[in-house]
Write a protein of this length. Structure first.
Length: 480
């Protein structure tokens, strides 16, 4: 315990160095280049640094990137930037950063596994290097908030984005889906500023103000098969179980239900989800800590932390991360409307894809994996999300990884593979499987043990799937 506390102090002190470098460049009037991860946490992280800089009167630009590679860092270096700030990415690529940005002041704020690389002009801040848990205790946006607070104590309001980032990265792993570790400190700051309220209840998006059926239909984490993205079905479901949608001419929100009604809703919903094949964990996760932002407009997705995170996630998934950045920077006008439209479209599409997969019985069971060949039936930007939902909701009968394919541009096939932690403990490593199968064909592949992907030529699709099936079999066999 003592060790942990000193780790935390060292960690919090490490922001001073970054703040110093930034102040120096702001004084000189330099344009600061923020490079951030193109996912919901990354969007919140990059924007948090952007807002802090804007308040200092500093010019900046933000670019959202799916991954770091040599080409990207080379092109950043080619612009001869004076200061580059990486957020929610970079720790695993310090070697590449050191190679191409050796002569440029660089700050890396990340919570992914770091490489051990030192460089004179590099300030690297990562909770893992101080013995903290990067996957549960703090997000990229949380790190960005701590930096903003170090730059100016007045940046307390940016704590809200820190909460959004933590929820986006599913760091709500505490009891009753609460945040843990340093995230609790950020939560405290947000509450103190009157920007955050929490309560434990059903977690459907829009607890306070949104009509019940809409709250249910808009919930996407967890994705509720048959309900998420389908308001008409949610209306029918609520009517069927006898919950009044309106009272005295007013639509009722979750907070208007009596305790007894909530219990009834929860138990009927559990029944529905079990009949859809969902796992009990998903159902337990429906009750938890809700994070509400009382200063945001009622009935918008920004009022609820998880929904805010889902909105940013949809922007990233639909290749419009800059819309998410605009929202985090404060836009509540045109960009916000466009993002909301995109979010609705995204939800409807996922719901449609899941129905289509089920109706057409597209999931094939093979020896060691499930296969979903979607062709051009599923947008290749969303195929990974569909695979994750199929796996996590328990719609697959036996415990096997799922490998899903969809047509991409120029005759290419995109592959997304997903496995559970339990499968990984049994020996499965999808990142290795994708890489190996890609090497034996002319594709490219890789990733993590639980989530991996590949690109290959269309005519090699079947051969690739056979190889993956075989490799996963070997991985499972070699463990025995
Ligand atoms: Mn992150």
């Amino acid at each position: 315990m003592g060790l942990q506390v000193s780790g935390r102090e060292d960690f919090l002190r490490s922001f001073e160095g970054a703040a110093e470098v930034i102040r120096r460049h702001v004084e000189r009037g330099d344009i600061i280049h923020i490079v951030t991860h193109s996912d919901a946490d990354g969007i919140a992280a990059g924007s948090t640094v952007g807002r802090a800089l804007r308040r200092m009167g500093a010019p900046f630009k933000i670019s959202c990137e799916k991954r770091i590679d040599e080409g990207l860092v080379e092109s950043i270096a080619a612009e001869s930037p004076s200061l580059v700030v990486f957020t929610d990415m970079g720790s695993g690529y310090l070697d590449i950063i050191e190679k191409h940005l050796r002569d440029v002041d660089t700050v890396v704020l990340d919570h992914h596994l770091p490489l051990d690389v030192q460089s004179e002009r590099l300030v690297h801040i990562n909770p893992i290097t101080c013995g903290l848990d990067g996957s549960r205790e703090i997000s990229g946006a949380g790190l960005a908030y701590l930096l903003a607070r170090t730059l100016d104590g007045g940046n307390l309001d940016l704590s809200v984005l820190g909460i959004v980032g933590a929820l986006a990265d599913q760091q709500d792993k505490g009891e009753k889906r609460a945040l843990l570790g340093l995230n609790i400190e950020i939560e405290g700051a947000a509450k103190e500023a009157g920007l955050l309220e929490t309560r434990v209840d059903l977690i459907f998006y829009g607890y306070e103000t949104r009509p019940l059926a809409q709250a249910l239909a808009r919930t996407t984490t967890p994705f509720l098969p048959g309900l998420s993205g389908r308001e008409d079905r949610c209306v029918a479901f609520l009517q069927e179980i006898g919950i009044e949608l309106k009272r005295e001419g007013r639509w009722r929100a979750l907070k208007d239900l009596t305790e007894e009604e909530k219990r009834h809703l929860y138990s009927q919903l559990s029944k529905h989800l079990l009949s859809e094949g969902c796992k009990p964990e998903i159902i337990h996760g429906l009750v938890g800590t809700i994070y509400l932002f009382p200063r945001e407009e009622p009935r918008t997705p920004l009022r609820d932390g998880r929904e805010y995170a889902s909105l940013l996630n949809a922007c990233a998934r639909m290749d419009r991360p800059s819309l998410g950045v605009s929202i985090c920077l404060g836009d509540r006008g045109r960009c916000f409307e466009e993002a909301e439209r995109l979010f609705n479209e995204y939800r409807r599409r996922i719901a449609g894809y899941l129905e289509w997969v089920e109706e057409m019985k597209l999931i094939e069971e093979r020896r060691n994996i499930y296969v979903l060949r979607a062709g051009s039936g599923i947008d290749d930007r969303i195929i990974g999300v569909v695979a994750s939902i199929l796996l996590s909701t328990g719609l697959l009968e036996r415990e096997k990884p799922i490998v899903a394919t969809a047509k991409s541009d120029e005759g290419l096939i995109k592959v997304s593979a997903r496995a559970t932690e339990r499968m990984v403990r049994a020996g499965v490593d999808l990142g290795a499987a994708m890489m190996k199968a890609a090497e034996k064909t002319s594709g490219r592949g890789g990733g993590h043990d639980t989530a991996a992907g590949a690109f290959l030529r269309e005519e090699e699709e079947e051969r690739f799937l056979e190889l993956v099936d075989e490799i996963v079999g070997e991985q499972l066999g070699s463990r025995e």
